[in-house]
Write a protein that binds this ligand. Structure first.
Ligand code: OSB
Ligand code: MG
Length: 370
């Protein structure tokens, strides 16, 4: 199928909550959205890179530059035999999986819409709703944390993830566990610890966590493997899993027992499905992570999480938790811990262009004549 034109919209949206992690505080998101057009339909992608490289190396400015001057001029105006072919084309370039994912994911949506097929069916999904939990940022104090956990458990979320950092770890988990002895609890350190902190992290073994997410450096599998030997709680890798190869090596080394998949972190749906396949081969459960996405990225994540290996609850909670007004028309709301897969062709959602015009902070077009 031929991609006739591309349009990038950069919008800025305020978050409804202050999201504090070990690497910073976020109160809004600068969101690059990509619209690809062809055969009378349009497909959408969303970038999860940030203005500052706090989570991985990629930045918004770097990605926009690559999209405008390299990726989009190469893919627009060409006929692609399948989404896989486009993914392989982008893979000739090194790194930058988040920028690649914007194009790869938008093309998957376009492709599925042109076929009149919901994306989850094209991907090989097996369920029409996906299990979800929530990721809660560092709260004001212990009381506020316990209260936030209570609220989200009452809303039906199937797992609570608490952000931790040195100085805000064991005491928080102890307080939450005491109040909720049966809840599925996890923690996410976003790379805030070092191997020398192994003793402190091992104290968390007492609280029956489902896993500890990305305790050590974003690019270090070896120390995670060493740490795993000293912990009873499984390690789940997030930042470190940038490809199926990284997932294989992590699992071979014993650096993780659980994998957080983010489609937009690994370069798109093709690579995400391979990460899922690798994890299944090792018997490691996977779950769908999140990057505070708007409706576009969230819809992609929900479709992706319909593959059979996504047995643990993901981070794709209700859009209304994040946004006063989303960039799409459709609500994406979980019911009692289950997120329904949007119906209709492609990712099943439509951009609210009137709203986008009001929050636009940048953008450009590639191709399309005129
Ligand atoms: O580490 O999973 C993470 C948000 C931004 C960057 C990294 C992470 C997160 C989250 C939030 O935990 C997940 C979500 O609610 O989308
Ligand atoms: Mg994480």
């Amino acid at each position: 199928m031929k991609i006739e034109s591309a349009e990038v919209w950069v919008v800025e949206l305020p978050l409804k909550f202050r999201f504090e992690t070990s690497f910073g505080v976020q109160t809004s998101r600068v969101v690059p959205l990509l619209v690809l057009r062809g055969e009378g339909v349009e497909g959408y992608g969303e970038g999860v890179m940030t203005p500052r490289p706090g989570y991985r190396e990629e930045t918004t400015a770097g990605a926009l530059d690559l999209l405008e001057h390299v990726f989009l001029p190469e893919v627009v105006g060409r006929d692609w035999a399948a989404p896989q072919t486009l993914a392989e084309h982008l893979d000739r370039y090194r790194g930058n999986p988040m920028a690649k994912a914007m194009v790869e994911m938008a093309f998957h949506d376009l492709w599925a819409r042109a076929l009149g097929l919901p994306l989850w069916k094209w991907l090989g999904g097996v369920r029409e709703r996906v299990p979800v939990g929530v990721s809660l940022g560092v709260q004001e104090d212990l009381e506020a944390t316990v209260e936030a956990v209570a609220r989200h458990l009452e809303a039906g979320y199937q797992r609570i993830k608490l952000k931790i950092k040195p100085g805000w770890d064991v005491q928080v988990v102890a307080a939450v566990r005491e109040r909720f002895p049966e809840a599925h609890l996890t923690v996410d350190a976003n790379s805030a610890y070092r191997l020398a902190d192994a003793r402190r992290l091992a104290e968390l073994d007492a609280f029956g966590l489902d896993y500890i997410e990305q305790p050590l450096a974003y690019d270090d599998l070896v120390d995670h493997a060493k740490l795993q030997q000293r912990l009873a709680t499984p390690i789940c890798l997030d930042e470190s899993i940038t490809s199926a190869r990284a997932a294989r090596q992590a699992l071979e080394l014993g650096a993780a027992g659980v994998v957080n998949v983010k489609i937009a972190r690994v370069g798109g749906h093709v690579e995400a499905r391979e990460v899922h396949g690798v994890a299944r081969a090792f018997g490691a459960p996977v779950w769908m992570g999140g990057m505070l996405e708007t409706g576009v990225g969230r819809a992609h994540n929900i479709h992706g999480a319909t593959l059979p290996g996504y047995t643990l609850p993901g981070d794709t909670s209700s859009a209304s938790r994040y946004w006063e007004k989303d960039v799409i028309h459709e609500p994406l709301e979980a019911e009692n811990g289950w997120m329904p897969v949007p119906e209709g062709p492609g990712i099943g959602v439509s951009l609210d262009y009137d709203f986008l015009r009001g929050v636009r902070v940048g953008g450009f077009t590639v191709g399309g004549g005129a």
